[in-house]
Ligand binder design. Structure first.
Ligand code: NAD
Length: 298
């Protein structure tokens, strides 16, 4: 299997590449190497791994492959609130460019367009869970760009017949996540004797999925040759931001004076919740994502 990965130097993409190489799949990784990328990874010299430093919104050629899996994105909500230009370029124009390059290929050479999206495209809800049929109602510039990208993918399927897959996963956690995200930020602050900034009163709820569980779902979809479908991925592991910070404080033997409440995020989403029954019906279940404590065992 030959897979073109975009954003494989980032957090989730790197876990996908790691698993794919274990399966002896051949990987070409197109990554712009932004601040969020890993400059070096253990498989850099692997015979089945090739890195191409490039921006998905600017490339003009796609090598032949079976699947194009697009992880590349600007991924941090707070940055998108400060300035959304880079988000529009990478997350919308980048996806548009990739779709155009796939469309330009003869039909026998078109890969499956596997697009990695987010549960944030639905916006928030106070009770219950979104299913894949629910309307997208993103709340912040990041999630708006991710929803826009999905619209382009779905339109390319309907108009040009491109085969696609979309996954919308909840918050991921695990090794190699950039320190702007909540868990590594908590660890970084505590290691450097700084207080942890928590938006508002910290009561905002997210569903936390261990990154290896998310990647297992992606590989299951590939193994089962699923196409032209959308799947939520979530471990039903609901925690407030304050729960998360408290857990990390506990891991590191600190106390709650390490928390500093700061101005709420503008447009804060109160609770994300998606139903994962569709992917579970294909045989997926989260095996690592119980509480946050299991991370310590990996
Ligand atoms: P990340 O920020 O850790 O990594 C993103 C990677 O994409 C980096 O290596 C970066 O260099 C690369 N990149 C960014 N713009 C690019 C461009 N224009 N061209 C080529 N490469 C570019 O992100 P992540 O947390 O690993 O997220 C991966 C994907 O999963 C994203 O699409 C994100 O929206 C989605 N997602 C993330 C989470 C999460 O909790 N982290 C949850 C749901 C969905």
């Amino acid at each position: 299997m030959k897979i073109l990965v975009t954003g494989g130097r980032g957090f989730i993409g790197s876990h996908f590449v790691e698993q794919a190489l274990k399966r002896k799949w051949s990987i070409i990784d197109i990554d712009k190497l932004t601040y969020a990328a890993h400059q070096s990874l253990p498989w850099d010299n692997h015979k089945n791994y090739t890195l191409i430093k490039a921006d998905i919104s600017e490339i003009d050629h796609l090598t032949s492959c079976d699947i194009l899996i697009n992880f590349a994105a600007e991924s941090h909500v707070d940055n998108s609130i400060t300035s959304s230009n880079a988000f529009v370029k990478s997350n919308i124009l980048g996806v548009h460019n990739l779709l155009e390059l796939v469309r330009g290929k003869p039909s026998y050479d078109r890969p499956l367009f596997f697009h990695i999206s987010t549960d944030e495209v639905y916006g928030d809800r106070l009770t219950g869970e979104f299913t894949e049929e629910d309307k997208l109602s993103p709340s912040n510039p990041y999630s708006a760009t991710k929803a826009s990208a999905e619209m382009l993918v779905l339109a390319a399927h309907r108009t040009y017949g491109l085969d696609y897959l979309i996954t919308r996963s909840s918050n991921n956690y695990g090794e190699r996540q950039y320190k702007e995200k909540l868990i590594p930020k908590c660890i970084d602050c505590l290691e450097n004797d700084k207080s942890i900034p928590i938006h508002g009163d910290g009561s905002y709820i997210r569903d936390w999925t261990f990154v290896k569980d998310n990647v297992a779902a992606l590989i299951l979809l590939i193994d089962k040759k699923v196409k032209n479908n959308i799947f939520n991925i979530a471990a039903e592991n609901y925690l407030t931001n304050l729960d998360v910070a408290s857990t990390v404080i506990g891991w590191m033997g600190k106390d709650h004076s390490s928390i500093r409440y700061v101005e709420n995020r503008w447009g804060q989403d109160v609770r994300y919740a998606v139903a994962a029954s569709k992917i579970k019906n294909l045989g997926w279940k989260p095996v690592h994502s119980k509480g946050l404590f299991n991370w310590l065992n990996h």
